[in-house]
Design a protein around this ligand. Structure first.
Ligand code: NDP
Ligand code: 8X3
Length: 256
């Protein structure tokens, strides 16, 4: 297996949930971390804590991936400290709202498309040339079961995750001759802040999402990423779809 010791990992959306769990999992393996998200205070705490506990180099950046100029500036500012980005984890993302398309909130649509699709593109556009220059790299996107099967009221969120799925496949082809791996980890239900964000802070609705099920934890998903990232050089994990045992697809969930 490839070692992650001393590798540099850039994680977007590292202030909570899957991104935060990935930061911990990779730090435990001895990887250095570049962490980005909008909530700078949280990120700084996570970054300091992981550096203290695991003795790895960490740096945190307040970044809104929807802002292309900010993405460009952030990437150029961490190049002084980190010469090489070994792994990019495109995790920043969100669902907003849960309504029929004809009742959808346009601002929610814009936010999902701008974050999940355009944000991922902006970050990838900055990082891939660096990986190409360095002669190696690995991009791991966080997709979703929602990028494989649509569900009622999922409309625009599902469309963004279908787009992530298409981009993963397409980017893999584009860098096939560049010694760069491209993977996607596509989870089903994971209990994070995801539902709280989707329902704009409505705790009751967020809790109901996981009623009668034992969802995945962010740590479960992080271990799938570690698996992708620690394969030998000649092995690429193209796609991992990971769900709780009671979930077969977006639309098939067994609730007790
Ligand atoms: P969380 O809400 O816990 O985490 C989302 C992370 O994304 C936060 O760190 C948030 O940070 C960051 N983020 C959101 N918008 C932006 C932005 N514009 N710029 C930078 N960072 C941003 O949810 P999850 O951990 O569950 O979500 C992570 C990824 O996993 C998402 O792409 C989501 O679609 C995907 N996913 C989640 C599933 C689930 O059931 N939970 C299942 C399948 C996929 P901040 O607010 O500080 O900017
Ligand atoms: C998150 C999983 O089912 O809420 O991508 O869309 S779901």
């Amino acid at each position: 297996m490839g070692t992650l010791q001393g590798k540099t990992i850039f994680i977007t959306g590292a202030s909570s949930g899957i991104g935060k769990a990935c930061a911990e999992a990779f730090a435990k393996e001895g990887s250095h971390l570049i962490l980005a998200a909008r909530r700078a205070d949280r990120l700084l705490d996570i970054s300091k804590d992981l550096a203290n506990r695991y003795g790895v180099k960490t740096k945190s950046f307040q970044l809104d991936v929807r802002n292309q100029a900010e993405v460009k500036k952030t990437v150029s500012s961490f190049l002084d400290d980190f010469k090489k980005i070994d792994i990019l984890i495109n995790n920043a993302g969100l669902a907003k709202g849960y309504s029929k398309i004809y009742e959808g909130n346009i601002l929610h649509w814009e936010e999902m498309i701008d974050t999940n699709v355009k944000g991922l593109l902006y970050v990838t556009r900055e990082i891939l040339p660096l990986m190409i220059e360095n002669g190696s790299g690995h991009v791991i996107n966080i997709g979703s079961t929602a990028g494989h099967d649509v569900y009622q009221n999922g409309n625009v969120y599902c469309a963004t995750k279908f787009a992530v799925n298409a981009l993963t496949q397409s980017i893999r082809i584009d860098v096939l001759d560049k010694n760069i791996k491209v993977s996607t980890v596509d989870p089903g239900m994971v209990e994070t802040e995801f539902s709280l964000v989707r329902y704009s802070g409505d705790n009751e609705k967020a809790k109901n999402t996981y009623k009668g099920v034992k969802p995945l934890t962010a740590e479960d998903v992080a271990s799938a990423l570690l698996f992708c990232a620690s394969q030998p050089e000649h092995v690429n994990i193209n796609e991992i779809i990971i769900t709780p045992s009671i979930q077969a697809s977006s639309n098939h969930i067994f609730r007790k």
